[in-house]
Design a protein around this ligand. Structure first.
Ligand code: MN
Length: 220
């Protein structure tokens, strides 16, 4: 079995994976994890064409590069998360991008959006006052994340929530923060569907795509 491989969900259904399932690793060859929905499931917001490139080409390339780079190294028999935590340079970049993208696909779902409930909603309100204020802060962070990177909602060690930006392949796996959800703000994430309009992409993510069930599961 490879990285985060789970049985393919029947079309039209969504199987929410635990973080452990997303990242477990039991042998050497890393593989591209299955998407939690069909490639056209987030259209018209994110097109099938975007998934063909972003998942089928970019995410796949990180997996392929990682397998090539770790051959004959101390990382050859490690699980993906261990590689991310212990490596640097090219191996880190590719391993972290494999993990980040898998986490991003699960941060969205068809007919997503809406608002969180329960303990996560309470934590968000404790931090930002209102859900609208959280959305404003998240949008400002994602739109202002210079160049290529990721914007995350995280749970900190003290149990509070926060918004964190990382650059390039930067990931919360190497910080003390637990990722709840993420948006990829590399241009390849939105250029086909939104051209240069990152603010519209972030707005669409929050209003129509974000998977609060996944975030709540990570928060619990
Ligand atoms: Mn990407």
């Amino acid at each position: 079995m490879g990285v985060g491989v789970a049985p393919a969900a029947p079309r039209g259904t969504i199987r929410v994976l635990s973080l452990h399932e997303l990242t477990k690793e039991t042998d050497v060859e890393h593989t591209l994890p299955a998407l939690p929905y069909a490639m056209d499931a987030l259209a018209p917001h994110i097109s099938k064409e975007t998934f063909e490139f972003h998942y089928g080409k970019h995410h796949q390339a990180y997996v392929t590069n990682l397998n090539n780079l770790i051959k004959g190294t101390e990382f050859e028999n490690l699980g993906l998360e261990d590689i991310v935590r212990k490596s640097s340079a090219g191996i880190f970049n590719n391993a972290a991008q494999v993990w980040n993208h898998t986490f991003f696909w699960h941060s969205m779902k068809p007919n997503g959006g809406g608002e969180p409930t329960g303990a996560l909603a309470a934590a968000i309100n404790a931090k930002w006052g209102t859900f609208a204020a959280f959305k404003e802060a998240f949008t400002k962070s994602a739109v202002g994340n210079f160049g290529s990177g990721w914007t995350w909602l995280v749970k900190k060690a003290d149990g509070t929530v926060d918004i964190v930006n990382t650059s390039n392949a930067g990931t919360t796996l190497t910080s003390g923060d637990k990722a709840l959800l993420t948006i990829d703000v590399w241009e390849h994430a939105y250029y086909i569907d939104f051209r240069n309009a990152r603010p519209k992409f972030v707005e669409t993510f929050l209003n129509s795509l974000v998977n609060w069930d996944f975030a709540a599961q990570n928060f619990a």
